[in-house]
Design a binder for this molecule. Structure first.
Ligand code: ADP
Ligand code: MG
Ligand code: MG
Length: 257
């Protein structure tokens, strides 16, 4: 698995600098947490990584591949998949949603002319097997043929995670994966992330306000505040950083579950 390198990325909107010279590396097979108060630039960073925003300057590389100016679907097909802060799912069942993710990967081959009709039938069968496997891995097996709209919130949010996994990513970007969940759902999702990482060997960039989860899952942490990097290091190093305590942890720890 290649590392993901963000180098000196700046994003400016009219009258506002959302990210200023931010650099971080997600090492292979690790969980890197990106934290900071609301408006710090975390989702903006994800939007740059997934090709939705072009940075004003700076670069993003997956190994040696420059992703900085690629379209979102190219980036996804190259192995960087994401979820959104607010749930984005389609109508239909869990299986339907996962197949959408899967087709985004395998239809890339179709568009390149690699696919002929007999292969299309086989591809469909193989895709279904693969998405079922991912549903099991993410605890959605029992819901496979149920409409997503009828699932409890925590399971619905996990459909997005599962759909991202259907792209067989090398790096998974999770934007607040437990936001709005109750304690049981949070614990379940934390287990799933741990399991996914161990089984699939991918790396994770995690945006999360739940500091307990961040400290438990992360190998490395980057802290942003008003678009600037204020601390970077192991969870313990970052936790001890005075600016972090002042700018973020003091309030974050007071959040209600
Ligand atoms: P976070 O995810 O850390 O809460 P965001 O990355 O969503 O923060 O936002 C960082 C800042 O950039 C905020 O001030 C936000 O209002 C601003 N911002 C984000 N996207 C846009 C956009 N498309 N146009 C203008 N301002 C934006
Ligand atoms: Mg926010
Ligand atoms: Mg955000």
């Amino acid at each position: 698995m290649p590392p993901l390198h963000v180098r000196d990325v700046t994003v400016r909107f009219a009258g506002l600098t959302a990210l200023e010279g931010v650099s971080l590396t997600v090492a292979p097979g690790t969980v890197h947490a990106l934290i900071g108060p609301n408006g710090a630039g975390k989702s903006t960073c994800f939007n740059v990584l997934s090709g939705l925003y072009r940075p004003s300057c700076g670069t993003v590389h997956l190994g040696d591949t420059d992703l900085t100016r690629l379209a979102p679907h190219r980036i996804a097909a190259l192995g960087v998949a994401r979820t959104f802060q607010n749930i984005v799912t389609t109508e239909g069942t869990v299986a339907d949603n996962l197949m959408v993710g899967r087709h985004a990967l395998t239809r890339a081959g179709f568009a390149a002319g690699a696919l002929r009709l007999p292969y299309a039938v086989r591809e469909q069968r193989e895709n279904l097997e693969k998405v079922r496997e991912i549903a099991e891995l993410t605890g959605l097996g029992p819901h496979f043929d149920r409409p997503v709209a009828l699932l409890p919130y925590g399971d619905r949010k996990r459909v997005e995670l599962a759909r991202a996994l259907c792209l067989e990513p090398k790096v998974l970007l999770l934007d607040e994966p437990v936001a709005g969940m109750n304690a049981g759902e949070r614990a379940r999702t934390a287990e799933v992330v741990t399991e996914v990482r161990a089984r699939l060997g991918l790396s994770v960039l995690l945006v999360e306000h739940d500091m307990g989860l961040v400290m438990r899952l992360a190998d490395e942490v980057t802290v942003l505040d008003f678009g600037r990097l204020i601390a970077q290091g192991t969870p313990d190093e970052v936790r001890a950083h005075p600016q972090v305590l002042r700018a973020y942890l003091g309030t974050a720890n007071d959040r209600e579950d």
